[in-house]
Unconditional design. Structure first.
Length: 158
């Protein structure tokens, strides 16, 4: 993707667009329906659980940023004043994005349509290209070896 698009679209907007595309895909491809939307208690329960877990993971990441007194603004990663490696960041370098992905997974489960699940890798691809890799480049420049050691130890998504 073009570099001029980096850090231009807020990640929640990217995922909201993916959620809308997931709904449109489910509408356009009724033959891909796996179960009636919202009708299977296990699918609803699993979807709600995934969305809640995602929300909690994302909030845990925000909390760690607040505790470190560094920016949570994904459009301005150059304003990062500290490396955050504790808490949920011990398990994933991107808990906010992972959390949003789990919310989308919950949405896909509620929609119950195989085509809707295509929104999950789409979200990951777009976030990796427009947000995560550019953020990592900036963090590498800003924090050097500390970032390199952290990135070698902790996976990008999970």
């Amino acid at each position: 993707m073009p570099r001029w698009l980096e850090h231009r679209i807020p990640p929640p907007v990217i995922d909201a667009l993916c959620a809308a595309l997931m709904w449109l895909a489910a509408q356009a491809l009724p033959q891909a329906q796996l179960w009636a939307r919202g009708s299977w208690p296990w699918a609803v329960g699993l979807g709600v659980s995934a969305a809640l877990a995602g929300g909690l993971i994302a909030l845990a990441g925000v909390r760690e940023f607040a505790h470190a007194r560094t920016t949570v603004n994904p459009l301005k990663p150059e304003r990062a004043s500290a490396m955050v490696t504790g808490g949920v960041f011990r398990f994933t370098r991107n808990p906010m994005y992972l959390g949003m992905l789990l919310v989308l997974a919950g949405w896909a489960l509620w929609l119950g349509n195989a085509a809707a699940f295509a929104g999950l890798p789409l979200s990951m691809l777009v976030l990796n290209a427009l947000q995560i890799r550019p953020e990592e480049r900036i963090l590498r420049e800003r924090f050097g070896d500390e970032w390199t050691r952290y990135a070698a130890r902790v996976r990008r998504w999970m």
